[in-house]
Write a protein that binds this ligand. Sequence first.
Ligand SMILES: O=C(O)[C@H](O)COP(=O)(O)O
Ligand SMILES: [Mn+2]
Ligand SMILES: [Mn+2]
Length: 557
Amino acid sequence: MAAPTDFTLKPHPTISKGEGPLLVCVLDGFGENKIKDDYNAVHVAETPCTDALRAVPGRFRTLKAHGTAVGLPSDDDMGNSEVGHNALGAGQLIDQGAALVDKALASGSIFSGEGWQYVSPAFGANTLHFIGLLSDGGVHSRTDQLHGCVRGAAERGAKRIRLHILTDGRDVPDGSSLKFVEELEGVLAELQAKGCDAKIASGGGRMGVTMDRYEADWNIVKKGWEAHVLGEAPHYFKDAHTAIKTLRKDDSEKPVSDQWLDPFVIVGEDNAPVGTVQDGDAVVIFNFRADRVIELSKALEYAEFDKFDRKRWPQTRFVGMMQYDGDLKLPTNYLVPPPAISGTSGEFLAKNGQRTFVCSETQKFGHVTFFWNGNRSGYFDEELETYVEIPSDTVPFNEAPDMKAREICEAGKAALRSGKYDQVRINFANPDMVGHTGDLAATVHCCALVDQCVKELLEVVDEVKGRFLVTADHGNADDMAQRDKKTKAPLVQEGKVVSLTSHTLAPVPLFIGGAGLPADIKLRDDLPEAGLGNVAATVFNLMGFEAPSHMQPTLLA
Ligand SMILES: O=C(O)[C@H](O)COP(=O)(O)O
Ligand SMILES: [Mn+2]
Ligand SMILES: [Mn+2]
C-alpha cells in the first residue's frame, strides 16, 4: 500500500465522540476455542465478566487471528503477537516476515539482494554462521527456510558453515528439538558429501539463551554470546544430538523443556570449539521476527555496547533475515526487505491531536507500542502519547502467574479516570506467557485474574462514561493439550496428557460496550470472515471518527 499523505480524520457521520475515553484492551493469547473441555483454560477458569460480555446481543463476535487473514503464508499458521498487533494497530493486511522470506526463497531473489552480496565475500576463506531458532513453528523462523539458505550458501561457494541453534518447545511441541536437529544434520551431511564443511557449533534453549526481548534480561543474550561467539558454555559435547539428549534429562523425574536447555558448545576431537565467530566471518540471524533478536543484533553490530562484557567483538559481515528495527536501521544489512507498514492507527491519532495512554509489562510492552505502530520504535508525538512499561518478573511465568496484571489494571484505571486521554490501550500478558509454560493450573488461574482485571477496568469505563473494545491477538490459553488430529481427544503419554505450549488456531473474541456507547450501536453481522485487521477501523468509529479509507472495513453496523 502506498503511504497515505492525508492524515486528516473526519468526524463520523452518526457516531459522535463519547464523553469519556476509549479503552482498548488486548488479552494476549485469550482465544475463543470451539473445544470447550478441561484443557481449555479460558473455559475452565471462573470468568464472570467475559462470560457476561459474550451474552450481550450485537456486542460480541469472534475474529480470525491466524493464517492468511493476518498475512501469514498459509491457514495452517497459528497467529502470533507480532502479526496480531501489527494487524490490530495498522488495520491492514500486511504480508508478514514468513511470507516475504518464502517469496524471496522461491524466486531466488534472496541470493541476489544486497544482503547476500554483503555476506558472500566471506564464503571463500572465512566461516559463514547461522544463528536462530531451530523449529518449524513459523513464529520467529522456520527450518525449511534455514535449510534453503544453508543449501543456497553452499551452492554459491560457502566452504565452511557453522550453525548456532536455539531449541524451541514453545511454538512447537516440547521435545521436538531432537527431530529438528536430526533434520538439520541430514542437510549438513548432504553438504559435507559435496565438500562443504558444515556443522552445528553451539546452542541452548530459547528462553534462557540469546532470545531475550525488550531488554527483560540481558544476561540471556550474554549466555548466547559466550556460546555462539566465544565458544564458552557450561557444557561441551561432541555433537548436538548428544547435547540435547543429555541436557533434556528425559529419563529423570523432571525433564528439562526444550525452551530451557542450558547453553552448550560443540567441540572437535581436539576438544576445541568447532565454530567460534572470528574477524572476517559472515553471520546470518535467520529469524524473520524481530523482538527476540534485536538484542543480539545490537551486540553483533554496535561498536559502543555496554549491556554486558563481550570480551571479544569480532568484526563480522552480519546480516539479519530482515531489518528488525526500521527506526534504528538495525541491522544495517539484511537479506529480505521488511513489510512496509505505514498509515497505522497510532500515527493517525497523533496527527489528529488524540491523546493516548499505552501500558503493558516488559514482555508485551513492544507489542502495544512497536508492533502496534507498524514495527516503529518511539513515539509519533511525545506530547500526546504516554507509554508506560511495567517491568516483568524474570522467573518462569507459571511460578508467578499473576505477572503484572494487577499493576497494569491499576495503571489503566488511573489513566481512564485522569481525563487526560482519548484512548487507553493496554495488554495483559498472562494467558499467553503462562500458556507457553504448558502449566494448565497456572494458566486457569491467570485467565480468572485477567477476567477480574477486565471487570474492574470496565467499571471505571462506565464511571467515566467511556467505551471499550476488548479483544485478543491470537489463541493460546484456550487449548493446553496436544490432540489427536482426527478425534481432537487430548494425547496421553505414560498416563499424562501431553501439554500444548504453543499458540492455537482459534479465533479471538471481540467485545464492545461501555456506558458511553449509545444503545443502538451494534456489531454488523455481514462480515463473517473479519479478522484482527478490522479492529482499527472499529476503534476509530468508537472514538467518533470515520476510519481512514485504506483500512479494512469497520465492524460496526
Ligand atoms: O516469542 C514468544 O514468546 C513466542 O514465540 C510467541 O509468543 P508471542 O507471539 O505471543 O509473543
Ligand atoms: Mn500474543
Ligand atoms: Mn505467545
